[in-house]
Ligand binder design. Sequence first.
Ligand code: F6P
Length: 552
Amino acid sequence: MPESAADHSVRLDRLPQWEALAKHREQWGEVGLRELFADDPGRAERYTLTVGDLHIDYSKHLVTDETLALLRELAEVRRVAELREAMFRGEKINVTEDRAVLHTALRAPLDTVVEVDGENVVPKVHAVLNKMSVFADRVRSGAWTGHTGKRIRTVVNIGIGGSDLGPAMAYEVLRPYTARELTFRFVSNVDGADLHEAVRDLDPAETLFIIASKTFTTIETITNATSARTWLLDGLGGDTAAVAKHFVALSTNAEKVADFGIDTANMFEFWDWVGGRYSYDSAIGLSLMLAIGPDHFREMLAGFHLVDEHFRTAPPEQNAPLLLGLLGVWYGNFHDAQSHAVLPYSHYLSRFTAYLQQLDMESNGKSVDRGGERVRWQTGPVVWGTPGTNGQHAYYQLIHQGTKLIPADFIGFANPLAELGEFAGQHDLLMANFFAQTQALAFGKTPEEVRAEGVPEELVAHKTFRGNHPTTTVLAKELTPSVLGQLVALYEHKVFTQGAIWNIDSFDQWGVELGKVLAKRVEPALTEGAEVPGLDASTRALVKRYRALRGR
Ligand code: F6P
């Protein structure tokens, strides 16, 4: 572990700061948001931060100045700031993989120096960005043509996890900025239906495949890429020279890319210090750059960088990612909240929460600490959510009146995107829902208010809203590439903060390995009926049934 990383010789739950928070929670009593607002007229203003284009209101949280001070003391004693500096400096804070964690270098200006093993990595980052830009311009202008000389009309990104969710999410978010004459598709699932549906109406002569895989060994991606190559060659008469014009690779593994048959001249590189779920601002974002163009891509990187600098330099009281991370600790560790909802009021952000699921749950879904000891406290929450108004007609009932505490983030924008204009005031209607929901969640409706509406007594309990459901409101003027970068970096550093408090390695993902290994072992049992040692009785019986249903 690097020298500067935190001292965790005292267990988190035995620290005086932790005990003080537990006591504070115990003594909280029945105080609700109605009282907190009534007692403090300046609350809304004081509990609001502005970071770049993001206006962040955290006043509707079950916290007081004392709660926030105690949480900041916890961050201090857990040395979150020291670990943050170690990350930015390029120290190997991913202890179980002995790797630096430097997604922040992917958006650092060219004159920044960030060294890994004595080498400044920033010039390499910009060299790849430039290579991506040249390629993107050629495809977008039609200068890059396919094997038969036709220009590229469709781009299919094949990848999974971090090599899919980031570009697929960002493509949806930034659709209004995309070259509409090009079509983009994202294939991730090893279920052949995914690739089939993606290519069934395409002309191979006009299709470019981007094979995105950090390791270039991921079975789902390599299987889909192999099928795509067969589809392409079948469609173009079998000349393998076509591969060079229709396949490019995004990877850290040049050897495997070459083994697959893609010329490494058509490979866009990144490095082992970029985690998969932190990678869509690296070469992994090539499909996005093809869609929105290099200038918008760089605007997005500038948005990321703005929040990186904020996280690095803002004092704790004004540090938004730190604060959001600490609020999550307050609910997860002291209020038994098990999940966290992210509810965007923008259709373009429809895949944003799915992206955050990997970012947060693969990072902080851990139950041993950085030293391998079992943790005695809750770690990362279940992250979930879909665009707001749709959720209102589905699961908001449970958030409002169920028995669970579900802290939620509401993300909305003042202006609809320019090209939409104002369809019959739809945007104001959308945002009226946005504001109404956070108000209803926070302040509810008392039995007295319900009675005053003339509701019969037997329905009063049913129509009462307890309130006190905590929310953060993030409001920005408009959804731009920079704002997207700012939002993603905000969540990245929130996740970082929580991992530092809990003393877990937020940058490995050993938990996904077991399933991968077992899948490889089970496959011959399905295809050949092979006897697989170690298969449990239930799985053995299911495999037998599967083979019978397949007629084997
Ligand atoms: O799910 C495990 C994982 O390793 C993710 O962390 C990663 O984003 C994904 O698989 C894809 O990996 P690769 O980019 O190496 O194909």
